[in-house]
Write a protein that binds this ligand. Sequence first.
Ligand SMILES: NC(=O)c1ccc[n+]([C@@H]2O[C@H](COP(=O)([O-])OP(=O)(O)OC[C@H]3O[C@@H](n4cnc5c(N)ncnc54)[C@H](O)[C@@H]3O)[C@@H](O)[C@H]2O)c1
Length: 385
Amino acid sequence: MDTIGVLGAGAMGSGIAQVAAAAGHKVILCDHLPTALSKASKGIQASMKALTERGKITDSEAYSLFSRIQFADHMSAFRDCSMIIEAIVEDIDAKQIAFKSMEAVVPESTILASNTSSLSISAMGAPLRHPERILGVHFFNPAPLMKLVEIIPALQTQSDIVERGKKLIDSWGKVTVIAKDTPGFIVNRVARPYYGEALRMLDEGIADIATIDWAMRDLAGFRMGPFELMDFIGNDINYAVTEVVFQNFYYDPRYKPSFTQKRLVDSHFFGRKSGRGFYDYRPDAVQPQPMQDKVLGAEIANRILVMLINEAADALHWRIASRDDIDLAMTRGVNYPKGLLAWADEIGIATVIERLDALYVEYLEDRYRCSPLLRKMHRQGQTFY
Ligand SMILES: NC(=O)c1ccc[n+]([C@@H]2O[C@H](COP(=O)([O-])OP(=O)(O)OC[C@H]3O[C@@H](n4cnc5c(N)ncnc54)[C@H](O)[C@@H]3O)[C@@H](O)[C@H]2O)c1
């Protein structure tokens, strides 16, 4: 079996190391901080304990999984790795330096992969002697539980590297999709309106958080409403992703962040983890109740849904990923009840366009522009499937 290297033993790196070791690989988990390594070791052991207690794996499987992970404080330990996945701080300079240092110790055939959520993979390859082996492999948090991995070839990546990387990660029981090296890849781009349009309706006073969450959960069938989900992800993290996507898309108004969420972050109302966010998680807090007005609920659900569909259609229009991969990413990566493009067919492309155009006419904002792909498909009487 190939030896897999993981650089950065934080939340993502330790989860990815566990996934690779569970698939039978020897794993070198490297971090420059000894405290990070001991925290990762304890975290993986706790995860093994939880799995054995729930009968998911036996004691001996847990023991051999853990013994396959070697903890290292220097990259020289990576010398026999056939793939290294970098999961250090989200900073392009730090990542470029790390990849250059790796290149000095590994053979030319080693795949150099990054778990970045927002940085350009092509920029990571630029300083390398062999940039053709750079690859984005974007796992979701927590890596052992989340099925989806986005595979992102850089401009420089050779096709056999993409195939090797994808095959390897498929063999770990993950669902892989291929995405173009563009801001937010698939999921973090297509999912933006779920938060952004909900915040917009809240800010306009169309409905309160409990009613919007109720509409999206109980009427549209999502697992969590947007505000519960933002509190669960952490408003600090969710806001930062929105801001990065907005900046990287040259300030396209479609991705504009919200002052309301920014003020929560400013106040350290991060959500569940800090005890307060959109909701109050303190023990005696009284929770707001939804209005459960079906007409209002349908208006909310339809508005968020067509904005999501528009985003998915536009991602296809700009060839960010294939139709199947866009739908797979949203159903397997963020548990959407249906693929958005399949959902568009179900609602009818004409209805989707009509709802988007009604928003555009109301606001006269570029944010509500309908994707040219939807218009073209409508003209030609096409459906996505
Ligand atoms: N947390 C998430 O939800 C999530 C999801 C997907 C992708 N990501 C991406 O994964 C990467 C890591 O995120 P995280 O949340 O695990 O971060 P984290 O802060 O939990 O862990 C980062 C680790 O990298 C180590 N590190 C930093 N610089 C290093 C260097 N030069 N050499 C060796 N080790 C170094 C740190 O000591 C730390 O242990 C980021 O690129 C992030 O954007 C995060």
